[in-house]
Design a protein around this ligand. Sequence first.
Ligand SMILES: Cc1cc2nc3c(=O)[nH]c(=O)nc-3n(C[C@H](O)[C@H](O)[C@H](O)COP(=O)(O)OP(=O)(O)OC[C@H]3O[C@@H](n4cnc5c(N)ncnc54)[C@H](O)[C@@H]3O)c2cc1C
Length: 540
Amino acid sequence: MQHRSTRRRRFWGWGYTDAGPTPEQEQRMAATLAERFGLTGLRRSAPPSLDELDLRPPRVLPPDALGAICTTDAEERAGHTYGKSWRDVTRAYARDFTNPPDVVALPRDETDVADLLDWCAAERLAAVPYGGGSSVVGGVEPPRDGDHRGVVTIDLRRLDRVLEIDRTSRAARIQAGVYGPALEDQLRPHGLTLRHYPQSFECSSLGGWLATRSGGHYATGPTHIDDFVESIRAVTPTGVWESRRLPGSGAGPSPDRLLLGSEGILGVITEAWMRVQERPRFRAAATARFATFEAGVAAARAVAQSGLAPANCRLLDATEALITGTDDGRSHLLLLAFESADHPLEAWIARAVELVRDHGGVVDDATVVVRSDDDPARGGAAGAWRAAFLRAPYTRDTLAGLGLVNETFETAITWDRLEALHTAVMTATIDTMRAVGAWPGLVTCRFTHVYPDGPAPYFTVIAAGAEAVADRLGQWETIKAAASEAILAAGGTITHHHAVGRDHRRWYDRQRPEPFAAALGAAKRAVDPAGVLNPGVLVD
Ligand SMILES: Cc1cc2nc3c(=O)[nH]c(=O)nc-3n(C[C@H](O)[C@H](O)[C@H](O)COP(=O)(O)OP(=O)(O)OC[C@H]3O[C@@H](n4cnc5c(N)ncnc54)[C@H](O)[C@@H]3O)c2cc1C
């Protein structure tokens, strides 16, 4: 049985053609932003239609033997030209589809994947593994350089099933191409969940999560896809790579860990045994307000180091709280939440509230909610935040359509260096926005994850962009480079969960140890001697 949605994806941006804000909602958004930034004439451009595109004819055609699983259909090729970053959507609005894949392949099983890789190796074609295409770092964009004769995008969306459930060990064998909602739909009847919810959940896949080490929206505890892996199976150009199903193993470097974050350069992940969980039914939540961001940081650190392991411990600076409609923008907010399938959580939330009050947090008793049901929705500031979080992918496309510059930078840093990093990134970003004329604008910060030894700060930029698309793309590039330089100089990582792709490559190269780069390159040559898989990503 196929589980993928039969809804039509937008070829130019996020999500489905039947979803997203209505024209009236977009107009309201434009009016609010125009007022905030003091802009006149903010108008949303029309998204491209297929008949406006003049796609380059395919440079290669599939052999007859692969004809049944390959297509050169214009909508498929256009839809696989980009990932989903602001830059991607902006180029799509500009009708710039100059570098589409030549062929889109839709394998039905591992034999198809192996046959496709053989064809690519024999014909000197680049193969780009593709899950939901939600990469925001150029990870699925067909490579422009290199000596390949063409590009085949291998979309795993037909591999969309939960194949097996082991109730005793509470694990499931899952095909890599399944998107978040279809995966949860198949686990729900068993009372189970993977409980991995990146913001891109609606249109991203298990294989993509594994290949990018994605971060779910829970702040602590198991939340990274890495935390749920029991074993991974991938097809490489030289054979199948599969690890044993084990709850843990000390047998040398982990084969799973090498595939995690491999971003399609070592093999095509086809399935994985994943740890699943009982669905949570006990919930508790509270919202704390702080007069200063620093006080909120201290409270978040206290909670992160307390061992309480909240599902949510999200610090929003005042501007972030304002623009997401979470609060009035006068306070910095710490959203706290606990979840459990096993036990009531009164004691946990009570202790967390005590901790944040000790650090100057104001917690209105009315915001402390304790419930036992299967409904994750909630009211108040937390409910408003959650609604904005779910709407955000569509909203971001609207901002691109309005000609605004919009970007997010995310990193992680130990607590002792947080203040310096936060100041450096804010200063570098704002100074650069002003210098390139992307002003008025705003930069916000929130924590997506907190660890005992440090947070993962996430910065959002929204700014008035230049009239001409090329200039606006230039503004984006300069701002991104300045923020990335500041992150690296302050000791942070170039990415905490968005991955490296093509966009972060130059900073990633400086971040990683040279011997490791050599080892990764050697691993790549061992499994992909013809250099077929996603050339230019992670290694040359
Ligand atoms: C609005 C929005 C919100 C986002 N929120 C989050 C978030 O909360 N957390 C987070 O971590 N990320 C987030 N992202 C980034 C992105 O969704 C993640 O990187 C996600 O894991 C990508 O999954 P995908 O299936 O879409 O992969 P794709 O975009 O299709 O591919 C990403 C990379 O993985 C490789 N790949 C994909 N499938 C396979 C496979 N089966 N085998 C081998 N390689 C493969 C590709 O070649 C590429 O290099 C967000 C993106 C958007 C647009």
